[in-house]
Design a protein around this ligand. Structure first.
Ligand code: BG6
Length: 516
């Protein structure tokens, strides 16, 4: 929704000069889990940046809810620190002044009546004095175990609906959305007891990344790629989400998640969906999300008996990453000595539809790999007839198109070219496009984009309930197969590209993993 000038509270002189077409309506943004890391590292800096760019209307207010007893002043100090840290000491003081006037804090338990009574009063006061106009955006940055309780309690005090005169009440939740198909369905049932699906904004921060959205631009704003984007031309696709960091201080969370729940069920499958989906009729939220659901629905679901053949999981051992020695997963603080949690996963999957039948998709993700890199690489089939002598084409590899999602955001096209000289030898060369070089403008942080969209009521980049469930359907057989203690778990040295078993997965198909 775009704020119309009539709707804005005249009590705000700062509105003068505001680009009203671009500002989200004033709202009370309630952050549950406000004393946590995400609020300081991502949410508050994103809100400050949005206010600095006048994408938030003056009057927009932030209420932190948390178990720590910070008080309004303590919360304000912490948020100031967060904003300073994010800006490397630089703070847009005008934006901060506007935001800090609307910072409030409510301490209490997430499943306690008193917390919500207090919250209701604070929000009503903001409506009266800051012009938040009955609009609410609740952001659940809490452990997932309390999502259902928070939403139920919001319903009890009526904060799940806009106050009279308001336009919206929305709830943003962060993954994980359940820990398997059953619990994801149970979670959605309890959320839907209080909220309509169109009030729910499920975040996968990968969709907030500019270059992930650019997969759609590349495919659907150009005529040259789509004709070859299918089984007729594509030999295979590799999608990599590699991280050089280990689990660090997040072992408590990671032990229970592993690479499958942490990355594959959400980020990797989202990138896959955008890569393989059919062209939407329009870029409307429904148009795009319907196609993503169809794409995920076409993924061939493995039988538990096929998992060991199609999927490799592994755990990192002590090794060297970027010249630094790093401990093995078992040595990390908070990891059980006999932990069987996977920190690496590689899988081959198939998509049973007209466009992709027979094309293998190789997905991999891991911690403590040599570099942080996310990319989608399409390898094209060879030419029907190569009119060169084998000796002339020894350095010629397959054509490939690589979408570099992070870092070095850009696109690389690999093709064959003649080596200068008297002979007709050919070899592969690369043509590179870099977003950084082409556009002077810095893209917004993922959380800026997502918070803004949530306030504007644009759910395109959020995950709908049927997408979540399709994704769980794909990973559920893996969870089932790995519930047994005897399920295979390979090892790899930190700083390498993963276990040999993952190499063999592709070698059997006559292919190799790319070295990004
Ligand atoms: C998070 C995972 O969702 O994504 C983390 O929980 C992971 O384990 C992170 O490190 C990766 O995100 P990015 O944006 O750094 O690629």
């Amino acid at each position: 929704m775009v704020v119309s000038p009539e709707r804005l509270d005249e009590a705000h002189p700062l509105l003068e000069g505001l680009d009203v077409e671009r500002a989200a309506a004033p709202a009370a943004i309630v952050i549950f889990g406000a004393s946590g890391d995400l609020t300081s590292r991502k949410l508050m800096p994103a809100l400050q940046a949005l206010m600095a760019r006048e994408q938030l209307a003056p009057g927009t207010s932030i209420v932190g809810v948390g178990r720590s007893d910070l008080g309004h002043d303590g919360f304000r100090d912490r948020m100031r620190q967060a904003v300073e840290q994010a800006g490397g000491g630089d703070v847009d003081e005008r934006a901060w002044a506007e935001l800090q006037g609307g910072l409030r804090y409510v301490s209490g338990d997430y499943d306690d009546d008193a917390t919500y009574q207090a919250l209701d009063e604070v929000v009503a006061d903001l409506d009266r004095h800051r012009g938040t106009a009955g609009n609410r955006l609740h952001y659940l940055s809490t452990p997932p175990g309390v999502f259902a309780a928070v939403v139920r309690r919001l319903g009890d005090v009526g904060l799940h609906r806009p106050a009279p005169g308001g336009d919206f009440a929305r709830v943003v939740i962060e993954k994980p959305f359940g820990r398997d198909l059953d619990s994801a369905q149970a979670l959605d049932r309890s959320l839907h007891e209080v909220l309509d699906e169109d009030q729910l904004y499920r975040i996968d921060h990968y969709l907030g990344k500019e270059t992930v959205q650019n997969v759609l631009a590349l495919r659907f704003a150009n005529s040259i790629f789509e004709p070859v984007w299918n089984r007729g031309y594509v030999d295979s696709v590799q999608i990599t989400v590699a991280e050089s960091e280990g689990v660090g201080h997040r072992a408590g969370f990671y032990e229970d998640a592993g690479a499958l729940r942490d990355i594959v069920q959400n980020h990797l499958l989202q990138v896959l969906a955008l890569t393989v989906m059919e062209p939407p009729v329009s870029m409307s939220p429904k148009g795009i999300r319907d196609e993503k659901v169809k794409a995920l629905g076409a993924v061939d679901i493995l039988h538990p008996g096929e998992v060991a053949r199609e999927v490799v999981r592994a755990q990192y051992r002590r090794g060297w990453v970027g010249g630094t020695e790093v401990p093995g997963y078992h040595e990390e603080k908070g990891v059980a000595p006999d932990s069987r949690t996977e920190t690496y996963l590689a899988m081959r999957l198939r998509i049973d539809n007209w466009r992709w039948a027979g094309v293998p998709f190789y997905l991999r993700t891991g911690k403590c790999l040599p570099r942080r890199v996310t990319e989608v690489a399409l390898r094209f089939s060879g030419v029907p007839h190569l009119p060169f002598a084998p000796t002339q084409a020894t350095q010629l590899g397959p054509n490939a198109l690589v979408l570099r999602i992070q870092p070095d955001e850009g696109i690389t096209l690999r093709f064959g070219a003649k080596i200068p000289g008297q002979t007709f030898d050919v070899r592969s060369v690369s043509m590179d496009f870099s977003y950084g070089a082409a556009f002077a403008e810095e893209p917004p942080e993922a959380y800026e984009r997502l918070l803004y969209d949530a306030l504007m009521g644009d759910p395109t980049l959020f995950i709908r309930t049927d997408e979540v469930q399709q994704a769980w359907r794909i990973v559920q057989p893996l969870l089932d197969a790995w519930s047994s203690e005897s399920a295979p778990l390979a090892g790899y040295d930190a700083g390498t590209w993963g276990p040999e078993e993952a190499d063999r997965l592709l070698e059997g198909d006559g292919r190799r993993w790319r070295r990004p």
